[in-house]
Design a binder for this molecule. Structure first.
Ligand SMILES: Cc1cc2nc3c(=O)[nH]c(=O)nc-3n(C[C@H](O)[C@H](O)[C@H](O)COP(=O)(O)OP(=O)(O)OC[C@H]3O[C@@H](n4cnc5c(N)ncnc54)[C@H](O)[C@@H]3O)c2cc1C
Length: 397
């Protein structure tokens, strides 16, 4: 593969956006020719991930002293968007070490935990999974039924997590269990569990509607015994660890959604100009133009919201409301843009020869992951009305 090694700190200083250009080049040459095949096969090619790791694409906002690239959040969001235009699942891989899987390790990990898990994650040498959702609770995280008990210095965890991504390649699962369910979120502790720990069972689902190349499934914890070195952060503070992970993760989902919407806009413009119906390009029809208008306005405003969110996160703010807004709004824009893009393509839109069908399937899932959009709608309303403070918690992956 020909793309040059990216983003030394010096290169970033002279041209902060070089990494985004290199991602565009990599996506065009290496990802685009393969994405339809690996989406169909439900298998992300490991060599592609390894090459992206080697090139440094997974270093994200993780500080350089912890092995990352130390990107600013706005550049990080642009990088995710650029990759996601071609494959939003690879956008997930770019975002995960800085988001759902890695950000809690950065914020709460001991130096030993960071050396063992975060550095190799940032370097793309290993991958991880974050297990929050359970078969009986998704939005309502504090209702989790996975529990743990102390046995001497050890912790023994029993329960199950559902819909957990990266099961085929994760070297560890960051997950959560309660010591006493009546304590709700105050009883939860975060654990980093190595893949080969006895009692940990990983069971992938097959034939998902969207997000097909990422391996998602059930994590069963059957009397999983870990030592104190597996506890991430303070015992009983696991809910805050989980919220830290998902809030940064939501910027990534929003940036991926912008990438999907942008791709739908570009493909729809091109198709509308070339497809002829009733003796003229379909771009002459106002109803087609109107869909293009909605896509252009949607993608532009969603991108602005992502930037606003990136600016807030850059200051160290939790940006709870903004991350909810960006996640909800951008994924709604992506879903509507993808639906309109398939419409503009007519029958071609449902053919695997065109990527808008894949975008349509993935965009629907973007409205569900890392907090269902209905939940974000409720959260934003409650925050606007002063019904919810930072410490008051009801939800939500
Ligand atoms: C492909 C894929 C990958 C995933 N990867 C991961 C992962 O890596 N790690 C992980 O932990 N999870 C993962 N998830 C799970 C995802 O985060 C959850 O599906 C999501 O949080 C929603 O939870 P749920 O599916 O249990 O829906 P539920 O909580 O059962 O909600 C169902 C619906 O009820 C409504 N609803 C619920 N609560 C409210 C409310 N308060 N206000 C208004 N409406 C509400 C909404 O319409 C919502 O969509 C993944 C899911 C998918 C599909």
């Amino acid at each position: 593969m020909s793309t040059a090694r990216i983003a030394s700190p010096e290169a970033q200083a002279t041209d902060r956006r070089e990494i985004v250009r290199l991602a565009a080049d990599f996506a065009r040459k290496e990802i685009a020719p393969r994405v339809a095949d690996y989406d169909l096969a439900e298998q992300m090619p490991r060599d592609l991930l390894d090459e992206m790791g080697r090139l440094g694409f997974f270093g994200g906002v993780i500080p350089e002293e912890l092995g990352g690239l130390g990107l600013d959040y706005d550049i990080f969001a642009e990088l995710i968007e650029e990759v996601s235009k071609t494959c939003q699942i690879l956008g997930t891989f770019v975002s995960m070490p800085s988001g759902l899987v890695g950000s809690a390790l950065q914020a709460f990990g001991t130096p030993e935990q960071q050396d063992r898990w975060l550095r190799p994650l940032a370097a793309g040498e290993i991958f991880g999974a974050a297990g929050v959702t359970e078969p009986g609770s998704g939005s309502d995280v504090a209702a989790m039924t996975t529990t743990y008990r102390r046995d001497g210095d050890d912790y023994v965890i029993t329960g199950a997590k559902a819909w957990i991504s990266n099961l085929d390649i994760a070297e560890f699962v960051l997950t959560f269990a309660s010591s006493d369910r009546s304590l709700r979120h105050r009883g939860i502790t975060a654990f980093v569990i190595p893949r080969d720990t006895p009692g940990l069972g990983l069971h992938p689902y097959k034939n998902k509607l969207g997000f097909r190349p990422i391996c998602t499934g059930e994590v069963v914890l059957d009397e999983v015994r870990v030592g104190p070195d597996a506890v991430l952060g303070v015992e009983g503070q696991g809910f805050h660890v989980a919220m830290n992970a998902v809030e940064r993760g939501r910027l990534g989902v929003a940036a991926r959604a912008v990438g999907v919407a942008q791709a739908c806009l570009e493909d729809s413009r091109e198709y509308a100009r070339s497809r002829v119906a009733f003796g003229q390009p379909i771009s002459n029809f106002q109803i087609v133009q109107s869909k293009i208008t909605d896509m252009a306005v949607g993608v532009t405003t969603a991108r602005l919201l992502v930037r606003e969110c990136a600016t807030a996160l850059q200051t160290g703010s939790r940006a709870r409301e903004l991350t909810s807004m960006a996640k909800m709004y951008a994924s709604d824009v992506a879903a509507r843009s993808a639906s309109d893009a398939v419409q503009i393509h007519g029958a071609a839109g449902v053919s695997p020869e065109y990527r808008v069908g894949r975008m349509y399937r993935d965009a629907k899932v973007l409205q569900i992951v890392e907090g269902s959009n209905d939940l974000h709608r409720a959260l934003i309303g409650e925050m606007e009305l002063g019904l919810r403070g930072d410490g008051e918690i009801k939800s939500a992956t």
